[in-house]
Design a protein around this ligand. Structure first.
Ligand code: ATP
Ligand code: MG
Length: 356
């Protein structure tokens, strides 16, 4: 049977356990049932610390150019030197800029049997807010003062809220395609602090509400919550959230906090999303402490591959991968050591492939 759709995926393993988990993501994509009609072409690409040591550049131009011609990408992890090294800067930060990946999407999901089941996605704006890094320090008669610019635009706020609304609708489809969830209907919670920052967070709030009032989101329930009270509720009642949309800084903090609720970093995927490209990326780093032992948890990467597929409008394929991963975790027989088991990466991958 001829494939319905061919997808070109750039693979950037990077450093450390990135080299162990990215091949796992690739094998899971290759193992998707032929009935889905997908054909994958993979292109291996370089970036990271090892690449920097070999070539003097952390992000080769060829990697960026090739990714521009791909449908999607999978990025492993890169090590960073502990002290600044001349000429080295983080390739993932550079890639987000070069490819205009303005949204960072982080799903956080527990096993269904957890005491406090969680199934939420945090959608973080990735280009502005305090991260414009316009800071200055000056002297006053009372001593030094430092200031930072917090920039919020209507355009970026509208874009990120639109992505959040689309994700909420898509999650509904994925539930329907057989990946069960604790949620009944699509819900987006807009997070801000506009009671204090009425102009910046106020603009975020108004732009987000406006974007989510579009006709195509008529089935999406929209709520809003002040970020501090959100942190409280996120820890006490995480099951209350479906999709959370936040400006850059709050999103950064909320997404790490939420990840802590489900245990290991080895479970949490993410995607960097732009208008026509999505790059899956596990939330963990290069984990040099466990590198080479064959025990790194591949699930964050496998879920990142599924998340990438969501943004390529392949909900059914994504749902199949999520269901296979959930079944592996729920059975709890083959788990890597970070989850208290003693399985090897390879055994977990084999179990997930079997379930596919
Ligand atoms: P980096 O500087 O690249 O971020 P790091 O030392 O901060 O590396 P992380 O990858 O952030 O390491 O991981 C933090 C801890 O979580 C480490 O102890 C690591 O072993 C563990 N860990 C991270 N990812 C995984 C994984 N996929 N499987 C198992 N353990 C993991
Ligand atoms: Mg780290």
């Amino acid at each position: 049977m001829a494939a319905r759709r061919a997808l070109t995926i750039g693979l950037i393993p990077g450093d450390g356990i990135g080299k162990e988990v990215i091949p796992a993501g690739r094998r899971v994509l290759e193992a998707l049932p032929a009935s889905l009609g997908l054909k994958f072409d993979f292109i291996d690409l370089k970036a990271g610390w090892e690449t920097f040591e070999q070539t003097g550049v952390a992000l080769p131009e060829e990697t960026v150019k090739t990714l521009e011609s791909c449908n999607g990408g999978l990025f492993g992890a890169v090590s960073s030197p502990t002290t600044a090294v001349k000429g080295y800067s983080s390739p993932i930060v550079a890639l987000r800029k070069r490819l205009s990946l303005y949204a960072n999407v982080r799903p956080v999901k527990s096993v269904a049997t957890a005491a406090k089941p969680i199934d939420m996605v945090i959608v973080r704006e990735n280009t502005e807010d305090l991260y414009v890094k316009e800071e200055k320090t000056y002297d006053t008669p009372e001593g030094k003062v430092a200031e930072a610019i917090k920039r919020i635009s209507q355009r970026a706020s509208t874009n990120i809220a639109t992505i959040a609304g689309e994700i909420a609708l898509r999650r509904q489809k994925i539930r329907a395609a057989g990946s069960p969830s604790i949620h009944k209907g699509p819900l987006v919670t807009v997070t801000h602090k506009s009671n204090v920052l009425s102009q910046t967070d106020g603009l975020f709030r108004v732009s987000a509400r406006e974007a989510l009032s579009a006709e195509k989101f008529s089935s999406v329930k929209v709520e809003e919550q002040i970020v501090d009270s959100m942190v409280y509720k996120l820890f006490r009642q995480p099951e209350a959230y479906d999709v959370i949309v936040a400006p850059n800084l709050y999103g950064d903090i909320l997404s790490d906090g939420a990840a802590a609720l489900v245990g290991s970093l080895g479970l949490v995927p993410s995607a960097n999303v732009g208008n026509s490209f999505a790059m899956g990326e596990p939330c963990h780093g290069s984990a040099p402490d466990i590198q080479g032992q064959g025990i790194s948890n591949p699930i964050a990467t496998i879920r990142s591959a599924a998340l990438m597929l969501e943004f390529l409008d392949e909900e059914e394929a994504a749902a199949k991968i999520y269901a296979a991963v959930d079944a592996n975790l729920e059975e709890g027989r083959l788990l890597t050591p970070d989850l208290g088991g003693n399985a090897k990466t390879e055994e977990v991958v084999a179990d997930i492939l079997r379930r596919l």
